[in-house]
Design a protein around this ligand. Structure first.
Ligand SMILES: NC(=O)c1ccc[n+]([C@@H]2O[C@H](COP(=O)([O-])OP(=O)(O)OC[C@H]3O[C@@H](n4cnc5c(N)ncnc54)[C@H](OP(=O)(O)O)[C@@H]3O)[C@@H](O)[C@H]2O)c1
Length: 328
């Protein structure tokens, strides 16, 4: 595969709204030791991209300043020391940044084969949510078959993945969402009960079921004490974002008396080795769920790269259900 010297990309011209995303031309990156260069066919759009664009989520040291945490395409070049992949292989991958471009580099062991039965467009929507849900719900939260699992933002990219993965693991799944249409989508994906948080109290619903064993929360703020109330004895609350806020007042006696665990994590700043381990776990445990049809990316809409700003506006409208994808 012959490589051009320059590529199309979308950069963050300054912190701000969707309009600060600007098409530009940049040199094609060169893969370093242990890295691959991917010719991007599709790139997933995630809420952390919007946070980065707004100036609230800086890329870790050494990462591309371009937005884009996941992509699918063909391996266009390999760096020294890469043995698993060859030029021409079709992969999807978690990226440290840089997905909004014709070419992106990433550690070779953060790439995965395209799961059986999926095309590149669908596969581009998997890495960010699968790495996040697996590492938080299964590894941190310890969700097991038969347990009750609650995910907030059930119709989000993360939520639609979490519902399906938890269901495939044999958990009983509950989800919250902000409209009847979103709640219906959560139930089609496998939630036995979706709760419209504008009209219903998720604490009451979960308590009537015996409490949640694991809660995956991206809202925070006033949800923090309510989540604690909704947990069963020995329950685990896993925080992955704070859309409402980072602060709350909490009676920690409840944590002690019911032996609760409050934890959380963010994926991007973790060590390459940790992400490589998640990738191997996904290939072993989650890619078969995809191949069996138990987990499918839910795609809300597709935009060309040049309309990345419109993709972000759609994401931030919260009108979407599932994932938004950029076509290169
Ligand atoms: N920790 C990590 O490593 C990690 C990795 C990836 C993503 N995340 C976080 O996980 C969350 C979901 O990501 P995503 O890409 O799946 O996002 P997304 O598709 O944009 O979903 C966010 C959803 O949250 C719901 N929501 C609930 N309360 C909200 C509030 N106060 N403000 C705005 N939205 C609210 C909205 O749906 P309703 O209409 O139902 O309110 C919205 O659709 C984001 O907060 C993201 O930053 C964390």
């Amino acid at each position: 595969m012959s490589l051009p010297e320059t590529m199309r990309a979308v950069e963050i011209s300054q912190p701000g709204g969707p309009e600060v995303l600007r098409p530009c031309t940049l040199p094609v990156p060169v893969p370093g030791h242990g890295q691959i260069l991917i010719r991007v066919a599709y790139a997933g759009v995630n809420r952390p991209d919007a946070l980065q664009r707004a100036g609230a989520y800086a890329p870790p040291p050494g990462a591309s300043p371009l937005p884009g945490l996941e992509a699918a395409g063909e391996v266009a070049a390999i760096g020294p020391g890469v043995t698993r992949w060859a030029v021409g292989d079709r992969v999807c991958a978690l990226l440290p940044g840089g997905g909004y471009a014709d070419y992106a580099v990433t550690p070779a062991d953060h790439a995965l084969p395209i799961p059986e039965g999926l095309d590149l467009r669908e596969a581009a929507c998997l890495p960010e949510t699968c790495f996040t849900v697996w590492s938080n719900v299964v590894l941190r939260g310890g969700l097991k078959a038969g347990e009750r699992f609650l995910v907030h933002g059930g119709s989000s990219g993360i939520g639609t993945t979490a519902i399906q993965m938890a269901r495939a693991l044999g958990a009983r799944v509950f989800a919250t969402a902000g409209s009847a249409e979103k709640c219906a989508a959560c139930e089609v994906l496998g939630a036995e009960r979706a709760i419209n948080y504008r009209t219903e109290d998720f604490v009451a619903v979960l308590k009537a079921e015996g409490g949640a064993d694991v809660i995956l929360d991206m809202v925070g703020g006033s949800y923090i004490p309510r989540n604690v109330k909704a947990l069963a004895t020995e329950g685990r609350l896993v925080q992955i974002a704070f859309l409402e806020g980072t602060k709350a007042e909490l009676n920690f006696a409840e944590v002690m008396m019911r032996r609760l665990t409050i934890t959380g994590s963010t994926l991007r700043p973790q060590a390459d080795l940790a992400k490589a381990r998640y990738a191997r776990d996904l290939e072993t445990h989650v890619w078969p769920m995809v191949a069996f049809g138990a987990l499918r990316p839910v795609i809300d809409s597709e935009f060309p790269l040049t309309e990345a700003a419109a993709a972000h506006a759609r994401l931030e409208s919260s009108g979407h259900i599932g994932k938004i994808v950029l076509a290169l």
